[in-house]
Design a binder for this molecule. Sequence first.
Ligand code: SF4
Length: 424
Amino acid sequence: MPEIAVRMTKRNHNAFVHLLGALESQGFDMGELLITKDFNEILKANPKIVLYSFFTEEIWGSLRDEVRLLKERGALLVAGGYHAIAMPKHTLNVLGFDIAVIGEGEEVLYQLLTTLKKTGYRITKELANIRGLAFYLNGKFVFTGFAKVEDFWRFPPYPESVRLISPIEITRGCPFGCYYCQTPYIKGFRMRHRPIDQIVKYSRKMKDMRYITPNAFAYGSPGAILKLDKLEALLKALQPLRKEGRRLFYGTFPSEVRPEFVLPETLELLIDYADNRRLAIGAQSGDDAMLKAMHRLHRVEHVQRAVEYMLEYGFEPVVDFIVGLPNETEESQRKSIELMKWIMAKGGKVRAHYFMPLPGTPWARCRPSPLSDEMKKFLGRMAAKGKIEGSWGKQIELSKRLQKLIEEFYEEPMAYHGRVREVC
Ligand code: SF4
């Protein structure tokens, strides 16, 4: 029976597929792992270690029961992912994990597993030599530093010996630093890109080619500017794979593009080289003052321009909004309603989300604003007509839980560039 189990879920699938690719490429034998989405299979196998990766929003699900059952059986529990990085003490002290992985996991996971195998799956002082861990040793909290993998493309996105596929992470990091988003604080502000030949090599394994990136049109760029030649080179290089029957989805699920990158020249590339005719962009608010306050670094006019270009070129715009933003007035919400109406009248789709204060972000300690009656009625009416998608209703509850969690257990988050600036 394998002594190490990987607790895969729908939400951590992509992250674990990439981490397993990295583990295998460093010489770790995949045969030593039980990789499963079935928790009962893990219980039955009674492994010595179980690897988890989760977001804060998941800590109120079945996670705590799973931890309890595994602890009763004496397993050592390792947590990675956004929650463990932003709230390591909560992860260890309250959720009950033994080790939190802090930062980019490719190297630290390999070092951690090989060390634990040698030391009999116990927490020993050897772990202090591995960068990217938090744990308790003799009752003392130990943090060994934030793990960074600058050239993440050194590692393949998939393992070879296990049949696991996911959209490929082609770009890591984001320079924009939106105050509600965890990505730049965990992956860094500098964009790094997987080389084209590697993307092509691994895209061969996918039927529908899909990619993970914070801004698909920023491929090849330091982040804030468009590098059309690099983007075109990538899309062109994928064409032989399309000719073999694969479809190429670019700038849509599971990624999106920033509004100011939606231009005739980027849309023309998609028409020539991609199969999707819908594009996802983040508008977030219809009020320039709110966009400034959340550090979006684009204005409403960029969203309108992007929607108009998309429609002109035959793309369906899918536009995300966040409602209930900190310090959002009724007037700001009215401006968002106006922009949503304008998008829908033009034939675009709107997705509405309620503001969630995520740990590890500058807005972690900010309070959501209540929805105005006008906004509530508008969202309800549009959802009933099937014109607006999104789970803002559920997110209102989740947002309350997050606020309570952060109030009760606030800790200085671990971050890629040191301290996360607090804006509230
Ligand atoms: S929301 Fe998008 S653009 Fe803003 S910081 Fe996050 S990944 Fe970057």
